[in-house]
Design a protein around this ligand. Sequence first.
Ligand SMILES: Cc1cc2nc3c(=O)[nH]c(=O)nc-3n(C[C@H](O)[C@H](O)[C@H](O)COP(=O)(O)OP(=O)(O)OC[C@H]3O[C@@H](n4cnc5c(N)ncnc54)[C@H](O)[C@@H]3O)c2cc1C
Length: 434
Amino acid sequence: MRVVGGRWSNWSGGVSCRPQAIVAPKDEVELAAAIRKAEGQVRVPGSGHSFNPLNATDGTLIDLSAFTGLQGCDPGSERATIAAATPLWGIGSLLHPLGYALKNMGDIDRQTLGGAVGTGTHGTGRTLGSFSAEVASFRLVLASGEVVHCSPTENVEIFAAGRTALGLLGVMTEIDMKVRPVYKLAERQFLHPISELFRQLDGLVTANRHFEFFWFPYADVAVCKSLNVTNANAPTRHSAKTLRMKGERRTAAEYVYAASNEVLPRLPFLTGPMHRLFSKFMPGQERVRWSHEIFPNTRTVRFNEVEYAVPYQKGPDVVREIAEMIRKRKIVTGFPIEYRTVAADDVWLSPFYERASATIAVHQYWRFNSTELFEACEAIFRGYGGRPHWGKLHTRAANELAALYPKFEDFKAVRRRLDPKGKFLNDYLRGSFA
Ligand SMILES: Cc1cc2nc3c(=O)[nH]c(=O)nc-3n(C[C@H](O)[C@H](O)[C@H](O)COP(=O)(O)OP(=O)(O)OC[C@H]3O[C@@H](n4cnc5c(N)ncnc54)[C@H](O)[C@@H]3O)c2cc1C
């Protein structure tokens, strides 16, 4: 947790709060007592990588740092029990010696497992679900202090609601993840002219286990990236300690990227040339790594972000419309649009609930005002029935969320039953979930 002088803040620096109390329970018994005793709002952050005020509270903030590590792995059922605050960078190193790995991961590995599950964090892959979709069961400490185990056969409603719950139903202490035997991935990055990309996109998404592209909207090429399982040799694995450090260390290219973003508002006419230059230099060499080492990137240049999931077939139209809008309005941004795909799932609040999806993410440097860009993007997403990522910025009101998420009211009913006094609601969440 990022706490300086009693003030908690998130990764982007856009959200901060001064809680009355920060408690760090050592085990489930202390956690239950802390929740029961807490006065006012109780929030439980992971590593603070959400962009919106999910964790902001003037009440009690729970520090879960004691809840880390691998609790067990069942080879028969390909399930691993992982303490909820385990950072994603640590999970690969814990599972690998046992012969297992997560099925998919997102763009970084700085989050905790509980945070990733809590917001429906995802990677890319048409047949692959989000972190929430891969949860087999979990333990949850409720507002009353009671501990429940939730799975497809126990506390079935809480299982359906609790796999993406923004910390609103209680605090997960242990999560059983579906895992698979260890695997290596070959990464290929290449430039593709935009006009051709859209003709071939469905084929590229289908032909590769993972496919995504980044489009600097003033450039006429996209940076494409594919990952596929391979038996080719990979370098010796890094230790967990090295992986932890690697994700924080700024590379020379990132220093240049940060500096470019600092100067862009003063020299807006450089936006087009910079987009073309960034596209040209972004693709790296082909490489092979163990899965948990190749999925995550290092992102040290801070930004804010809006991301929506739209129906898979609509993805190309949405991303084209967004790029056109950015160019027409001459919006200055140093970041590409990111395009990924995610399989449908059955998690009540998942953006992918019963819908195969394309996700489209738009970023803006943290020092820039992102309002015009993000509002214009949201207007486009709205036209396509887009569902917002719960950990990213959005302005959808409760009535709109209810129309987008078929199980929204059912989720709220479970929330009210488990937390009738609204202990886990903060000011931001109350508007939508009370
Ligand atoms: C640089 C960057 C890259 C990103 N890349 C991706 C990406 O590739 N794909 C993607 O989908 N998202 C991505 N995100 C978003 C990020 O994955 C989510 O916001 C995620 O929730 C952050 O995890 P965290 O551990 O920081 O949780 P936090 O942001 O601290 O918390 C998120 C939510 O989870 C809840 N929570 C945390 N732990 C528990 C628990 N034990 N029990 C119950 N609730 C809990 C919190 O209460 C909160 O509501 C990215 C964000 C950043 C900053």
